[in-house]
Each structure stands twice: as C-alpha cells, then as structure tokens.
Design a protein around this ligand. Structure first.
Ligand code: AHM
Ligand code: MG
Length: 314
C-alpha cells in the first residue's frame, strides 16, 4: 500500500512524463501517489465507517468523511512541494502555501476535486479524483494557464489519466497499489457511442438544453453513474458526450468551473474532443470566483459541434 511520507525518489508514474518539466512532474507524481493512497484506503474498507455527516461544504453538498480525508491527503502531499504556490479544492478554499519560499519557484496553483462522486460511497459505486496544475500569473486563472490535468477512477481497478500539451496517457495501478504502469495513449473517438446526463432533470431544461441533449442522444446509449470522472472516462474510451446542464431553477449548473470543468475540458481537448459551458463557449474563462459553478458539456468532436451550435444560437 502506498503511504504518505514515502521517499521523494519514489515515482508512482513511470518517468519521464511527456510534456512536463521537473517541477510540474513532481507535482503530478505527488498527486498520483495520493490517488494510490486513496485507492488503498478504499480497498481496505475505510468507507466502512459512518458514510455521511451533518456537515456541508461551501457549495451546500453534504460531506462524507472521505471527502475530508481525501482533501487532507492531497493537501499534505502538495504543501511540501516548493513549486506549489496555492491549493484550492471543492472541500477547502484557496490556500496559499510556501509563501515564505522563493516566490519564483512556488508558482503553480493546484485545483482539486479530491473525491468526485461522493454520493456513490453509500452504494459502493465508482469514485474519482480530478486535478489541474495551473501556472499562476497573478491574474485569475484561465483555461489557458493549465499545464497538466487529469483524473483517477477508483473501481475494481484504479486508473490514472494525465493530459499535457503533448497528449493524454492512461496508467493502470498495480494490484498492490504500489505504482502505476503505462497503459495507452488516449484519443477520443470523433463520434462515439454513449451519452451521459442526469435525465431526471429533463423537466427543468431550457428548450436549447433539450435540443442539445436530443441531438446527442440519437443513436447513442445512455450511461450515467453519478460520478463525473467515471462517466467522463467512459466517454474518453468510447466517445460521445457527457453533460451536466444548467436547469431553469439553477442556470449556473452544479459542477464546479475550476475543480471539474476546466480540468476535464483540458483533458478532452488534449484528446481531440471538445468542451463547452452553457453558452457553448468556454474559451478563455476569466471568472474571478474560484467557486463558480457552470453547465458542462464535454465529448467527441462531431456531436460537440452540434451541441455548441445549438447553445450558441439560443
Ligand atoms: P461531488 O464532486 O460533490 O461528488 O459532485 C459532483 C458529482 C459528479 O461526479 C456527478 O456527475 C454529479 O455530481 C452527479 O450529480 P447528480 O446526482 O445531480 O446527477
Ligand atoms: Mg465532483
């Protein structure tokens, strides 16, 4: 089992990581190491304790104990790295770290959804972690500042997906969860066979949202697990569209712009896919609010072109 405090020379992902320099690789290796720790905790039954709490995070979501634990694990792994200047997650607001160190070396912001799909804990269904490593420029981060992003999927096997400017690679964890080995480079199919959306909210969609989902559902099977990382990974492999639209009573959607859409949009585009928010845009995002939520559409290039056309014409 991977444990915190392992020798810094331990590299859970096979090095070198394409597209990343030494400091960026060190951050991604620490994230990967933490995902192995989380996978081992899940395997060893850490979810067997209380599965819910009365506590809510700042988005109003009920926190399961694992939300806090996984957030702490990522935080302690990242805070020790000189290249990390700040960490912000779905569970904890932006925290500056290494403020006293040479600011030239502490220049990356790490964005995290430490335990994605935590409502799946109660039923033992798939879970994930989502991350992005963002160059700090002094201005609010934009999608153009991301240097690496990816996710882990925890289920009967643990998969780590890493996107950089040079492409997207998937890695599979060893059975003893000590390390990852390279699995394959990922390229999203251009058409795809599935779509993922919570159809239960259809009654609250605008007509443009309905038209967009209708366009992607024709000829595709619906697959929706309640965990973004799991559902998005299926889209990465089989192609299609993942959507978490806004609704009439919640036009800004549920998923987090910085902790969920920006990382996954980077992955989708690096794999040849496309991404959009509710306006069909998601070019350069200049939201100053790190906690903003947003409608989310991600997936294969062909169906996403139809989605973007419908959303921009609304
Ligand atoms: P979480 O990060 O707090 O678990 O919330 C995000 C999750 C996504 O993984 C998933 O796509 C979505 O919420 C499911 O929400 P819903 O149950 O409304 O469909
Ligand atoms: Mg999430």
């Amino acid at each position: 089992m991977a444990t915190q405090g392992q020798s810094p020379s331990h590299a859970p992902l096979p090095a070198p990581l394409r597209g990343l320099d030494e400091a960026q690789s060190e951050i991604v290796q620490a994230i990967a190491e933490t995902t192995l720790t989380i996978a081992a905790l899940l395997r060893d039954g850490v979810a067997d304790g209380p599965r819910t709490t009365n506590r809510k995070n700042r988005f109003g979501d009920t926190q399961v104990p694992l939300d806090r634990l996984t957030d702490d694990l990522f935080g302690s792994a990242l805070r020790t790295l000189k290249a990390v200047g700040a960490v912000a997650s779905e569970e904890s607001p932006l925290t500056e770290v290494n403020a006293s160190s040479d600011s030239a070396s502490a220049r990356y912001l790490v964005l995290l959804d430490p335990l994605d799909g935590s409502s799946n804990v109660a039923s033992g269904a798939g879970l994930g972690s989502i991350f992005a490593v963002v160059l700090q420029t002094g201005a609010p981060p934009t999608s153009g500042d991301v240097v690496a992003a990816g996710y882990a999927v925890y289920s009967w096997e643990t998969t780590f997906v890493l996107a950089t400017a040079e492409g997207v690679d998937s890695f599979r964890a060893a059975v003893d969860l000590s390390t990852y080995s390279f699995e394959k480079a990922l390229q999203m199919p251009t058409e795809g066979t599935t779509y993922a959306v919570n159809e239960g909210t259809r009654g609250k969609w605008t007509s443009a949202t309905q038209a967009a989902i209708d366009a992607v559902s024709v000829g595709r099977s619906a697959r929706y697990s309640g965990c973004f990382a799991v559902d998005f990974h299926r889209i990465m492999l089989d192609g299609g569209v993942f959507a978490y639209p806004g609704t009439i009573d919640r036009p800004e959607g549920k998923l987090r712009l910085f902790y969920e859409l920006i990382p996954m949009a980077y992955v989708a585009r690096a794999a040849g896919g496309e991404a959009a928010d509710g306006d069909g845009a998601l070019g350069v995002t200049l939201a100053a609010d790190l906690d903003a939520t947003t409608p989310v559409y991600l997936g294969s290039r062909e169906p996403m072109q139809a989605v973007i056309r419908i959303l921009t014409e609304q």
